[in-house]
Design a protein around this ligand. Structure first.
Ligand code: CP
Ligand code: NVA
Length: 308
């Protein structure tokens, strides 16, 4: 059973193959728009369940479109509308869904929900975000970096802000794809030590630098994310804003990075909180390519899981 649960749990050669396949499939779509045939339908006859226990725009639409482009069909399910949200166990849900569908993508809260789904499902399970990680996002991010600047191996990525689920998957990718990673943010919001250790165990630099200007020196890519994630309590908002104000990505910060540094954000963004509109809409920003590449990268992830 080939699940896609996290980047650090996936073989680096398989990760590289998925990025390359995502790029190739993107090219095929672009050629198709110019009249070339694109009859690649590896998911023909397959049904994919997309389960959401949290809101989503990109993940929902990109998975749905991706399955359809590959000839498959989808079923988008809201956790609260399922018996799952009314006391049925995850294990029973996994076993039932496996009798109907060929692949399950789930966006949920606790990582344990994802892991239990994977344990009891007899079809592959894909992590569409948990409180702890967001691997599909970072597959798209690596693809986007390489599309613009070539191999990410050996580059310096700087994360400014909350050491959250997206940051965690970036640290996993640092280890698996071989790039250095600097986190800059306030101590209470550091990424988990386990993830820093994972990256270091693979021989890359994974460091914390409290001074954002020092952190971005020599950076090839600067990344941030919302200061308050979907799993964070609303009551954390004011405190988070006070803690993170100094870590906003703005033009002054970008000016301290390498001149050809890119800017990424998984979106949705809170304009002029974690990043200014000037940076989001500026020449170094690749945020909409990043959003588009969710589609192409996830098509490769699904093919990897289904072996097609
Ligand atoms: N980046 C991302 O996962 O966006 P959605 O929450 O819209 O799916
Ligand atoms: N860190 C954010 C990512 C959203 C795609 C969240 O979990 O809400």
């Amino acid at each position: 059973m080939t699940h896609f649960l996290d980047i650090h749990k996936t073989d680096p050669a398989a990760l590289r193959a998925m990025i390359d396949q995502g790029i190739a499939m993107k090219q095929a779509r672009q050629d198709r728009a110019k009249g070339a045939p694109d009859d690649d339908q590896p998911l023909a006859g397959r049904m994919v369940a997309l389960i959401f226990e949290k809101p989503s725009t990109r993940t929902r639409v990109s998975f749905d479109v991706g399955v359809r482009q590959m000839g498959g069909q989808t079923m988008v399910l809201s956790g609260s509308d399922m018996q799952l949200g009314h006391g049925e166990t995850i294990a029973d849900t996994a076993r039932v869904l496996s009798r109907y569908v060929d692949l399950i993508m789930i966006r949920t809260f606790e990582e344990e929900t994802l892991l239990e789904m994977a344990e009891y499902a007899s079809v592959p399970v894909i992590n569409g975000l948990t409180d702890r990680t967001h691997p599909c996002q970072i597959m798209a991010d690596v693809m986007t970096y390489e599309e613009h600047r070539g191999p990410i191996k050996g580059k310096k990525v700087v994360w400014s802000g909350d050491g959250n689920n997206v940051c965690a998957s970036f640290l996993h990718a640092a280890g698996q794809f071989g790039f250095d990673f600097t986190f800059t943010g306030p101590p209470p919001l550091d990424p988990e030590a386990e993830w820093l250790d994972f990256a270091r165990s693979k021989g890359v630099q994974a460091v914390i630098e409290r001074d954002p200007l020092k952190a971005v020196a020599g950076a090839d890519l600067i990344v941030t994310d919302t200061w308050v994630s979907m799993h964070d309590p609303e009551s954390a908002k004011e405190r988070r804003h006070n803690q993170l104000r100094g870590y906003q990505v703005n033009e002054a910060l970008m000016a301290h990075a390498n001149p050809d540094a890119l800017f990424m954000h998984c979106l949705p963004a809170h304009r002029n909180d974690e990043v200014t509109s000037a940076v989001m809409d500026g020449p170094q920003s690749v945020i909409f390519d990043e959003a588009e590449n969710r589609l192409h990268a996830q098509k490769a992830v699904m093919r990897h899981c289904l072996g097609v």
